[in-house]
Every structure is written in structure tokens, then in C-alpha cells.
Design a protein around this ligand. Structure first.
Ligand SMILES: Nc1ncnc2c1ncn2[C@@H]1O[C@H](COP(=O)(O)OP(=O)(O)OP(=O)(O)O)[C@@H](O)[C@H]1O
Length: 771
């Protein structure tokens, strides 16, 4: 029965105004909300923050809440936006770890069971509950997808109706149809823009979820310290690429894919129903055959887009890491004049990426050619054949189409047939379009499989990187008992899949056996270390380069575990063991932030310390001139570049004096500071009651310590411990005794000589008198 014919019109007429009314409400919802909220709006204007509030928010960054959550203060658009951040509970991570079992090294990203498992595991993170905002957005998105398909069906029917009115020269009907056309255009265009908007919004929300989850895992405190261990022990290189581009690309791909699969699937379902009504049983069978033929042709020619996408992301990461390294080390490179060399290295990474992308393009040409041929031309031809079936059949039987409207005039019959042809054709074109998009979506699914593998690999590595073993705590001493210290080994189960090569040269899926396994290093750096440092004793560690002095500091800081034996130490942190490394790290932020790091401004305020105290600290490290030179405490600069090497190291010592821990591990942290300032800083640290464990080659520092630990650097990992004060004193006394004895031994000689001289003088005097 042709649509918009008299009996249907009343139903249609009821439905369409309802649809339009719903659209108008949707369109005007923000205005309506404003009307409702009018009583709540500040009559003096928008609630803008004062300059002081903004400054405070910039300094403070976040507020600690009583329930353990944090409120981020985000100055934006003249207001201070307060964003509550609930920490992800440990139970959630523990529960999720089981869903993120390490990927087998030989895994090839593809649309298979493993892909579904990986995707579901990630989906549980981005859609944490059925009541989450993300699910709400998805439902709204689905609503608009359905609306668009329903509207398309109406448009197809209206299209047919308009042509029918033209063919039958029904002016009134034509004008009425045109009126509906414009009315339908309002919700249709609104739906389209809402779809795009919701898709982008969903993608951003998914990204935020995934980023927060990953950050919470990645920047985990001791004993996890995954940000420090993920590359070396977890075997995951270029984490920045995973955290930034890969997460963004995955979320974009996921949200786009939902629309790209849902919409054409829905279209195909609804259009197929509509069409089969017109085409009858035979038409439906032919339509199904057409779908099956297309699917099998395209499946046969589809390349491994998943693997291609995964390799592309990895190569992109390598290039990105190269660019980042040059930015970070620009000064050193410039000193060496290494620009040319770096350019070659960077160019090499870029060319590998481009070569791979180019080969993807080449592979795509053949695929897209087949796809276009099948979808555009095969489907259209099939479509024409299908539409014409009822016409041929009807021509033989009577004038009209599948369900001919009883018409008293032959021109009405022609008009009916035209209407049906036009709406069927439009439906069929939409169907072909939907089919095409669904096939394209298959390629997108394959690409999503590649990105899913990358995100899954990152998350499984983060989840399964074992926490460092617990150590025994004692707030007043540091002790090594039979400790064996060696370089931590990589966990061979974790890290990237062994996917190397590129699209042109082919992929090589190693079994990951090249990864070093086992908890122990072949040759420990230090073996059977036994030492105990009580508060007030000061230990100096020395030895040749590369023997493992910093390795001891890493163990003390809880960055490395000992291979054997036991370590007793206070809690790591501001009050227990505080490590000052050789390369002073400068944090993004103000001058004040540099001193109080890793404290936040809020913690600084809470500590009761004042800017006056900070000036005293700066005086102790001979940097009191900095606040006035740099324009005050709040000045934000790239401190890494602004401060000299020595200034940065002194800033590191300023941090130590700010936090005043019980124990300080000073790892060559004053190597660029002049000896006089260095000495006064060491003395100041001791005066503050800080116990020093110093790694240094400078003999001038020995006098600030009571014992000296020397790492020999032999294959056996030997070491020896001597008392500094006593040895020196003994040496000094020995020297004095030797000196005095040697002087006493000379006394006889001197007395003899004096006598000789007197005799000589006496004899000479007589001679001269005589003459
Ligand atoms: N992440 C790592 N991977 C591989 N080897 C490492 C790693 N970290 C340290 N090493 C090796 O461990 C050894 C000891 O390093 P460590 O930094 O402790 O030396 P060091 O005694 O402090 O030397 P220096 O006086 O030059 O600072 C070195 O041979 C170094 O190459």
C-alpha cells in the first residue's frame, strides 16, 4: 500500500507532529532550562572569581577532602571550576587484574575471541556501571541513531509522495508534501548534528575514564612505582605514546565504531523490512543472497588492518620518543653540535613510520577498489533488478506494483507505481549506503583490534608488574643484612608483543624468548653487604665508576629490591629516607614549588612553614637572591633551563632542608657546587639532625662522615668498611710521631755541627787579630 495514501495519512499525520514536537523540545531544552533556573541566577551577573581566587587556585591545584578524595581547582573562563576526583579503590584494581592477563607474545591482533575478551575488559573500565554518565551518553546516542533511521524512512516515503503528486499533477498535495518536507528537515538536521556532538562527547568521556584509570595505576606510589619500573622491568617502551595518542585513538575509534556499526545495522534492518514489504518473498531472498555474496568477497580481500594499526602506533611512538629526547637534551646536543646526527636518527625513525603507512595505503587501494566495486556497483545493479521485479510481475498481472492501490484511472496507477519506485529506490540507495558503511566498519573493527591490543598490553603490564617486596621498618636505623644487590631483571611475560617488521616486509611474531628472564642478575654488583647506620652516624660510599654505588641508593629509596638478604630502613618519603639525586629534577610550577617538591602548595600551607622559612633555607644553600632575581615566589618558568647546573643542585639541597628527613641519601648531588658552599651545606644538614649517606668521589667530604664504605668493583661484588675519624686521627698522630722522631734523630748531628761552627768561629777570630 503506498504510504501517505488516504487511510495511512491520519496515522502519519499524528506521528509526524509528535516527532516534530519532540525535536522542538530537544532543540529548545537549554532555553527552557534557563527559564526554570532564572531564579537561581545571580542578579549581579555571572559568578566570576576574583583575581585572588584565581591566583590561589593556580597555586593550590587541588584541595584534600576529608573522605580521602581530592577536588581539583581548575581556573577556566574567569571561574574556578571544582572537579571532584575520587581515587580508584585498590579492590577495583585487584578485581580487574584478573581480566588483564598478560598477552601471549605471539598474539596477532585480529577480530577473534581474544579481541572480544580484551575489548570487554577495557569496556568494563570505560563503562563502570549501568548508571554511569557514559552509559547515559550511549543511550542518548542510540536514541538519535534510531531517530535518524526512522526519519530517513519518512523522508524516503515523502520523496515518493512528492514525485507522485507531480506525476498526477496534484498541486495541493504537492504543496502539503513540501510543507512536511521542510518540517521533517528540522529534526533530521538536528539529529545529524547531535549525533556528531554525542559521538565526540562520548569519545572524550571514554578517554577521560581510561586516562584516569591508567594514571592511577601508572603513577602508583611505593611499593609499586610502576612509572619507574614499567620500561625496565615491564618491558614496555614509549609509554608516552600509549598514554596519549593510543588512548585517544582507541576511544575515538570505539565511539565512532558504535555509530558506524549501529546506524548502518539499524538502517539495514529497518530498510530491509520496508523493502521486503514491497519486494515480496523472492526479493527478500535475493537481498539476503546479495548480502552474503558481498560479505564473503570482502572478507576474502580484507588485509590484516589490526596488525597494521598496532605496528603503526608503535612506529609512531618510536618517532615521538625521538622528538621528545631531542627536546629534553637539546643543550647537550647543541654543545656537541649533534644536530646533524640527531636529524639522521630522527629521520630514520620517521622514514620507518612513513614506509609502513605508505605500504598500508598501497594495501588499501586494492581493498577499497574491490569494496567500492562491490558496494556501489554490484549493490546498485542488484537494487535495480530488485526494484524492477514487482514492476515486471505487476505488468504481467495488472497495472500497479506489489500491492496495487485500487485506482479508477490509469494515470493514478502510473502515479502509484512512480511513488513506489521512487521510495523503493531511495530505500535501496540508503540500504546500499548502509551496507557500504557496515563493510567499512569491518575495517574499522580490525583497526580497533590493533589499538585494543596496545591498550590491553599496557594495562596488563601495569596490572601484573609485581610490587616490590616489603622491607622491615625502623625509623632510627638503616641496615643491610647479607644483602645482594643486582640490576633488576625484566619480567618476560610482560611488555609489548613481539610484533616487529612492517606491512611490506612482513611481520615477525617472535615468541618473546629474547627477553631476559629470572629474578636474579648473572653478576650482582654488591654481595653480602652488612652495614648498619644508626641516626647520627654518617656514612660515605665511594668506589670506582659503575660499581653499584647508586644501586645502593636505589635500594635504600625502595626503587630496587635486594636479590637476597634483608634491608631495614625507615619509611621512604619526606620524613624517613629522602634521596637527593645528582641530576636535580625541576618540577613544572613556581619558584616556590621547586623548594617544596614533592609537597603541594596545600601541604606547604598545612606544614605551618612560611615564605620567611623558605628564605632561610635559600640562604643556607646560597640561593637567597633567587626570589628577587626571578620576580617573586610565584614566578613560573622553565626552571630546568633557567637555573645553572650548580643552582639546580643547590635547589636539591634546599628541598632536603625543607623536608628535614631523618636520613638523606646524597648521590653526587653537589658535584657541580663549589667546595666551600658544599661544605657549609653538609654541615648545615648535620646541624639539622639529618643523618647523611653520601655517595661521592670528593675526599673533601670525608670529614663530614664517620664511616667509609668502599665498593671494590671486582667480580665478587666485594666491599670494605672503615672508620673515618679514627683512621684519620691515627694517621695524623703517626705522621707527627714520625716527624718528631726524625727530628730527634737529627738532634745529635745538629749539636755536633754547632760545636764545629763555634770552633771555626773561634779559630778564625784569633787569625784575624794576629794579622
Ligand atoms: N637500568 C639498568 N640497566 C642495565 N644496567 C644498569 C641499569 N642501571 C644501572 N646499571 C648498571 O649497573 C652498574 C652500577 O650502576 P650504578 O649507577 O650503581 O653505578 P655507580 O657506582 O653509581 O657509578 P657512578 O660513580 O658512575 O655514578 C653499572 O654498570 C650500570 O651500567
Amino acid at each position: 500500500m503506498p504510504l501517505f495514501s488516504k487511510p495511512l495519512e491520519s496515522k502519519q499525520q499524528l506521528r509526524i507532529p509528535l516527532l516534530i514536537a519532540a525535536s522542538v523540545i530537544l532543540l529548545a531544552r537549554s532555553r527552557l532550562a534557563a527559564l526554570v533556573n532564572v531564579s537561581r541566577v545571580n542578579p549581579l551577573g555571572p559568578d566570576k572569581a576574583t583575581e585572588k581566587d584565581l591566583k590561589n587556585a593556580r597555586q593550590q591545584l587541588y584541595q584534600d577532602e576529608k573522605d580521602g578524595s581530592k577536588t581539583l581547582l581548575l581556573p577556566f573562563g574567569g571561574r574556578v571550576n571544582k572537579i571532584p576526583i575520587q581515587p580508584i579503590p585498590d579492590e577495583v584494581f585487584k578485581r580487574d587484574a584478573a581480566s588483564f592477563m598478560p598477552v601471549p607474545k605471539s598474539h596477532k591482533p585480529n577480530v577473534d575471541k581474544l579481541f572480544m575478551k580484551q575489548l570487554v575488559a577495557i569496556l568494563r573500565i570505560v563503562f563502570p556501571s549501568l548508571t554511569s554518565k557514559e552509559v547515559g551518553l550511549l543511550l542518548l546516542h542510540t536514541f538519535f541513531l534510531v531517530t535518524r533511521t526512522v526519519l530517513s524512512v519518512y523522508v524516503a516515503h515523502l520523496d515518493g509522495r512528492l514525485v507522485r503528486d507531480i506525476v498526477s499533477a496534484d498541486g495541493k498535495g504537492f504543496l502539503r508534501g513540501l510543507g512536511w518536507w521542510f518540517a521533517l528537515a528540522v529534526p533530521s538536521s538536528y539529529t545529524n548534528s547531535m549525533l556528531r556532538h554525542l559521538q565526540s562527547k562520548l569519545s572524550l568521556r571514554l578517554r577521560t575514564r581510561l586516562t584516569r584509570y591508567t594514571h592511577d595505576l601508572y603513577l602508583s606510589a611505593a611499593p609499586n612505582l610502576k612509572y619507574y619500573r614499567i620500561a625496565r622491568e615491564g618491558g614496555l617502551e614509549g609509554i608516552d605514546q600509549y598514554l596519549t595518542s593510543d588512548i585517544a585513538a582507541f576511544c575515538e575509534s570505539l565511539s565512532t565504531l558504535y555509530g558506524n556499526v549501529m546506524k548502518p545495522s539499524l538502517d539495514m534492518f529497518i530498510f530491509t523490512i520496508q523493502l521486503t514489504r514491497k519486494l515480496g518473498a523472492m526479493g527478500s531472498v535475493l537481498l539476503t543472497l546479495n548480502y552474503m555474496a558481498t560479505a564473503s568477497i570482502l572478507r576474502a580481500v580484507t588485509p590484516a588492518f589490526g596488525r597494521l594499526a598496532a605496528v603503526e602506533a608503535r612506529l609512531e611512538g618510536e618517532y615521538r620518543t625521538g622528538v621528545g629526547r631531542i627536546g629534553r637534551e637539546s643543550e647537550e646536543i647543541a654543545f656537541y653540535g649533534g644536530g646533524g646526527r640527531e636529524q639522521h636518527i630522527l629521520w630514520n625513525a620517521y622514514l620507518r613510520l612513513v614506509k609502513h603507512i605508505n605500504s598500508i595505503y598501497k594495501i588499501r587501494v586494492a581493498y577499497e577498489w574491490t569494496e567500492d566495486y562491490v558496494i556501489k556497483y554490484m549493490w546498485s545493479a542488484a537494487g535495480y533488478a530488485l526494484i524492477s521485479i514487482p514492476v515486471w510481475i505487476a505488468t504481467k498481472r495488472s497495472v500497479g506494483i506489489q500491492a496495487p492501490t485500487p485506482s479508477d484511472k490509469p494515470e493514478n496507477a502510473v502515479a502509484d507505481r512512480t511513488e513506489n519506485y521512487i521510495s523503493s529506490r531511495r530505500l535501496l540507495l540508503s540500504l546500499a549506503d548502509a551496507g557500504g558503511r557496515l563493510m567499512y566498519a569491518y575495517k574499522d573493527i580490525l583497526e580497533l583490534a590493533g589499538l585494543t591490543t596496545r591498550i590491553y598490553t599496557m594495562l596488563s603490564t601495569l596490572h601484573h608488574l609485581q610490587p616490590l617486596p616489603e622491607f622491615e621498618r625502623d625509623e632510627n636505623k638503616i641496615e643491610f643484612q647479607q644483602a645482594v644487590i643486582g640490576i633488576p631483571k625484566r619480567d618476560a611475560r610482560l611488555g609489548e608483543t613481539a610484533l616487529v617488521g612492517n606491512a611490506e616486509e612482513g611481520f615477525d611474531f617472535g615468541d618473546g624468548s629474547d627477553a631476559v628472564e629470572g629474578p636474579h642478575s648473572e653478576r650482582p654488583l654488591v654481595r653480602d653487604l652488612n652495614i648498619r647506620v644508626e641516626r647520627g652516624e654518617h656514612l660515605m660510599i665511594s668506589g670506582p665508576n659503575g660499581v653499584g654505588k647508586t644501586a645502593i641508593a636505589r635500594v635504600l629509596a625502595g626503587l630496587w629490591a635486594v636479590e637476597e638478604g634483608k634491608v631495614v630502613r625507615p619509611d621512604r618519603g619526606f620524613t624517613g629516607v629522602f634521596v637527593v639525586p645528582q641530576r636535580a629534577y625541576m618540577v613544572t610550577g613556581s619558584l616556590l614549588d621547586q623548594i617544596i617538591y614533592p609537597h603541594s602548595y596545600a601541604q606547604f600551607k598545612k606544614s605551618g612553614k612560611t615564605e620567611h622559612d623558605l628564605i632561610d633555607i635559600l640562604k643556607a644553600v646560597h640561593l637567597a637572591y633567587l626570589p628577587s632575581r626571578e620576580g617573586g615566589w610565584e614566578t613560573v618558568k622553565e626552571w630546568k633551563d633557567v637555573l645553572s647546573g650548580g643552582e639546580k643542585q643547590r635547589m636539591g639541597m634546599a628541598r632536603l632542608f625543607y623536608h628535614k628527613p631523618k636520613f638523606a641519601v646524597l648521590d653526587e648531588c653537589t658535584s657541580a657546587v663549589s667546595t666551600d658552599v658544599e661544605g657549609s651545606m653538609y654541615q648545615h644538614a648535620k646541624d639539622l639532625g639529618i643523618t647523611l649517606i653520601t655517595i661521592s668521589h670528593r675526599p673533601t667530604l670525608t670529614k663530614y662522615h664517620t664511616r667509609l664504605l668502599t665498593i671494590v668493583g671486582d667480580a665478587a661484588g666485594s666491599w670494605n668498611l672503615t672508620m673515618v675519624g679514627t683512621a684519620e686521627e691515627r694517621m695524623g698522630l703517626d705522621r707527627e710521631i714520625l716527624m718528631l722522631e726524625s727530628k730527634l734523630a737529627e738532634v745529635e748531628t745538629w749539636e755536633k755541627r754547632v760545636k764545629e761552627l763555634e770552633i771555626l768561629l773561634g779559630a778564625g777570630g784569633a787569625k784575624s787579630t794576629k794579622s
